[in-house]
Design a protein around this ligand. Sequence first.
Ligand code: DON
Length: 530
Amino acid sequence: MVVSATEYASRIGVDVLQAGGNAVDAAIATGFALAVTHPAAGNIGGGGFMVIRFPDGSVTAFDYREKAPLAANPRMFLDEDGEYSSRIHHNSHKAVGVPGTVAGFVKAHESYGTGDWSRLVEPSVRLARDGFAVMPGLARSLQYALARMEPYPASIAAFSKDGEPYQVGEILRQPELASTLERIMLQGHDGFYKGETARLIAAEMQRGGGLITEEDLAIYRARERTPITGSYRGYDVISMPPPSSGGTILVEMLNILEGFDLASMGHNSSAYIHHVTEAMRRAYLDRARFLADPAYADVPVERLTSKDYAAELRRSIEPHRATPSNPLDIELPHESPHTTHYSVVDAAGMAVAVTYTLEAGYGSKIVVPGAGFLLNNEMGDFNPQQGLTDSLGHIGSEPNLARPGQRMLSSMTPTILAKEGELVAVVGSPGGRTIINSVLQVVLNIIDFEMPIQDAVNASRLHHAWLPNTVRVEQGGIDEATKQALQEMGHRMIVRGRQGLTHCIMIDPLTGERIGAADPRDTDAVAVGY
Ligand code: DON
């Protein structure tokens, strides 16, 4: 079973499974196919995380997060006048981090894949070269992206018909991307990080005032890491460690909530939302304080994920009153809603959860001329400037500042659940800082409310991130009386569009059947099994 943001990518993953590949092989092939068919977030110019659970119950993870180039420094987002510039930080060649995806896929394949590498890339070479019919969601998102690609002629050329947006059903061909994928197919890691591709990236960086050099590319390495593991009401929770904040904060919130009888409160009742919000508030404060690349900061993961610490935090929650977040009403750094999560389970029961991203939708909007792929704007996930914490929405805490070679803090939370040695579910989501909360709620829906996976995915979600001090609920998520009750407890309620795209898989405990659940918030997403 493969559940991803496009049917093309899910099918390509399933083809690999049917030909005898394992879940890691399928995850890699799906990832390349998303780079072709879901350009908003699928990528080779970005980075991400892969969490794996093997049929024997052992687990591992791959970190192929982007990193800051060697020339980076904490003051790099300031303009000539020494003022912080959101444009430089989020929307410029300096916003581009050294990409990690290809290194991660190659390393995962070398470590746990089977058979020939080239067969995992070849279907995407073809898809890019021959083209594919544009889906409704893609047509909508390309239209939106095109306006923002104006400064970059190579981007307009790659994603429009001479400036005219593609309509649903028209064929999108990406010949330059096909050539880049072909180099990756033939040369693996070096097909991206050395030679032609690396030269083209470095040339575009130089042209646009970016910092990434051929040396930055040559020294990039993906890392295999030990996942965060926690437990929740008898279930094992396996998720991503730093440089993602995802797994640590997810386990911290679950540990706090384990002490409350959520099921008896009722799903999305005022009591439930209050207690979940208070867990979120406390864990997200820790995220802002402590979480960063562990090679550059001392992240107290063990304490943050311990049951004792959670008990301490739980005691500070009042049953009917919101805790103030902070006298300073500041916001955490901007993170935009584009990224993609996909889930894979093979016939043997190997499970793979992948979340990867370009940061914003279509990343930096910069297509590398001659190479046909989009570059990320992941440097935006670093804190803007040392000491700059103000009411305009900036946080300047030390751990997550841009330093040479540092990986920027992420919220991506690819997660696997198991119980008594058996695989239960594969979960994850896009959505910037909302990601951890979306994953949390799918987990609560599965475990506390015993929902079938599609209901667990569909159910309305909420978000609180310590700051801003607001509870955001999805449109239609709660009724007026619930909202009022929460306001009376001191919560500031905001209703807004949608939160997360959780493409999940659950195993039927009786039959062992893999049940795929694409998130209906994403109209192009499809679960494919065989
Ligand atoms: O790594 C992160 O947490 C963010 N760059 C992810 C961005 C994102 O999810 C945008 N989302 N939908």
